[in-house]
Design a protein around this ligand. Structure first.
Ligand SMILES: Cc1ncc(COP(=O)(O)O)c(C=O)c1O
Ligand SMILES: NCC(=O)CCC(=O)O
Length: 481
């Protein structure tokens, strides 16, 4: 039989590409959140992306509200970021030796988040949180780690229990393959529950190495911390000699120049307490733009975590993440200290170049624009739902937002995973697909944040506004399974 080349991917439909992928890749995807598991249907295979738009394999253009799950703060393929990566690539892809650019990126991270006295770059958010937990155990000589139900910190064994993101989307309690002995080292508490936190420390304080929390949870939908919840985590951990790990993989450098920590601990952002209302909007500083910590940050900061983790925006769309924090803890890392951590591609020159270019471009005007656009988008969607009588609430953490569906969620607001799970999740799939049909790609799960970029503008808001009525109608007509 004559040898036949397979057809070029562009000649195949999304469905054909998905079918082909499933024969060689489990579920056809390299990360389960891409599989449309809870919304059903065929994921779009992406051929290219630019600014706020994706182009799929069939040539359809989509307004993108996933933004690579967070990194694309400036929009896709920003010319200056692409040029920085191309220049770095021409000098060599990786060396397994230090480069000056890593120091420059570390300095930029510290300039923005001065609580980061030292930072180490890794390749994924999962590695960053895994390293932070190991550091906390090494620093305290204790084993237990406290996490909150509905928070997602990547897929390391100890942090998958009652995790958000794809674990929540799949309705899973955690993951198979995690040894019982490892799972036993993790305590899961309800989010925003100061009393549970206090009781946990009263019972087990001397055995707890760390509490890990998302700056503002964004993996069970957006569930902002109630006033003083983060400060309380700081207070209790300090009292008991445990570390506070603030996971800013998703929020870092996205909700403001200094991430969630800057917004809340420096600018004094606080979530409105529960109560009826269409858009549950907490606002950042009076000018509407989050500020930089400044020289006097120690006096200004309401609380300071021991360790912070970053990912997504810090790598500008390339595989790069970071763990940072107090020098005396960070210096426990090898080669200075006894806590081992390593990586062949850590601090990749290409990823470092993308991250540095992204952070250099992400100035106040970028944050102001993303904030304003995200409010406009949430508003048009919310109005459309309201017009169709779909009870809902927009929950917001800075420029990140998501919808909580149903009367209960609308009236009381969602403050923990239990409430996030019991919203009317079944309204989301038809809503999502109506938007997709109209050329707008929402996150394919009600539990994920909507990501807006600086490349989103009037044209995208109009496209979303045009699609919103039919999507809202689909949500209104949805029936529970
Ligand atoms: C808060 C948080 N932490 C950690 C992670 C894990 O990052 P990664 O997917 O790069 O491993 C994520 C992302 O998905 C996240 O949202
Ligand atoms: N908010 C959840 C994620 O960003 C997860 C991305 C992935 O696991 O592919």
């Amino acid at each position: 039989m004559p040898h036949q080349e397979p057809p070029a991917p562009e000649t195949l439909t999304n469905a054909e590409l998905f079918a082909q992928a499933r024969t060689v890749i489990p579920g056809g995807v390299d990360s389960p959140v891409r599989a449309f598991g809870s919304v059903g249907g065929t994921p779009r295979f992406i051929a290219s992306a630019s600014g706020a738009r994706l182009r799929d394999a069939e040539g359809a253009e989509l307004v993108d509200l996933v933004g690579s799950w967070g990194p694309a703060l400036l929009g896709h393929a920003h010319p200056q970021v692409v040029a920085a990566v191309q220049e770095a690539a021409a000098r060599g892809l990786s060396f397994g030796a230090p480069t000056h650019a890593e120091t420059l990126l570390a300095q930029e991270v510290r300039r923005r988040v001065p609580a980061v006295e030292r930072v180490r770059f890794v390749s994924t958010g999962t590695e960053a949180t895994m390293t932070a937990v190991r550091l906390a155990r090494g620093a305290t000589g204790r084993d237990l780690v406290v996490k909150f139900a509905g928070c997602y910190h990547g897929h390391s064994d100890g942090l998958l229990a009652e995790a958000g993101s794809g674990v929540a989307t799949g309705g899973l309690p955690g993951s198979a393959g995690v040894p019982e002995a490892v799972a036993a080292q993790t305590i899961v508490l309800p989010y925003n529950d100061t009393q549970a936190l206090g009781e946990c420390f009263a019972a087990q304080g001397p055995r707890i190495a760390a509490v890990i929390c998302e700056g503002a949870p964004a993996n069970m939908g957006i569930v902002p911390p109630l006033e003083d919840f983060n400060a309380e985590i700081r207070r209790v951990t300090a009292e008991h000699g445990a570390l506070m790990i603030l996971d800013e993989v998703l929020t870092g450098f996205r909700v403001g120049p200094a991430g969630w920590w800057g917004l809340e601990a420096i600018d004094g952002w606080s979530a409105p307490q529960s109560g009826a209302g269409r858009a549950d909007d907490g606002a950042p500083g009076p000018a509407g733009a989050p500020s930089w910590p400044g020289q006097d940050w120690r006096e200004r900061a309401a609380w300071v975590p021991d360790l912070l983790t970053f990912g997504k925006v810090v790598g500008g769309g390339m595989p790069l993440a970071a763990v940072g924090g107090r020098a005396e803890v960070m210096d426990l890392l090898a080669p200075l200290g006894p806590v081992y951590q390593a990586g062949t591609l850590s601090g990749s020159p290409l990823a470092t170049a993308a991250g540095l270019a992204t952070l250099q471009l992400a100035d106040d005007s970028v944050y102001r624009r993303v904030e304003a656009t995200s409010r406009a988008i949430a508003d048009v969607v919310s109005r459309a739902l309201e017009a169709q009588g779909v009870a809902h609430r927009v929950q917001r953490a800075g420029s990140l937002f998501s919808l909580m569906l149903g009367q209960e969620a609308a009236e009381r607001g969602v403050v923990d995973y239990e409430a996030a799970r019991t919203q009317e999740t079944w309204r989301y799939a038809p809503f999502f697909h109506a938007f997709l049909e109209a050329g707008v790609a929402l996150p394919p799960s009600v539990f994920e944040a909507w990501f807006v970029s600086a490349a989103h503008g009037e044209a995208e808001i109009e496209a979303i506004a045009a699609a919103a009525p039919s999507a809202a109608r689909a949500a209104a007509q949805a029936q529970p399974a």
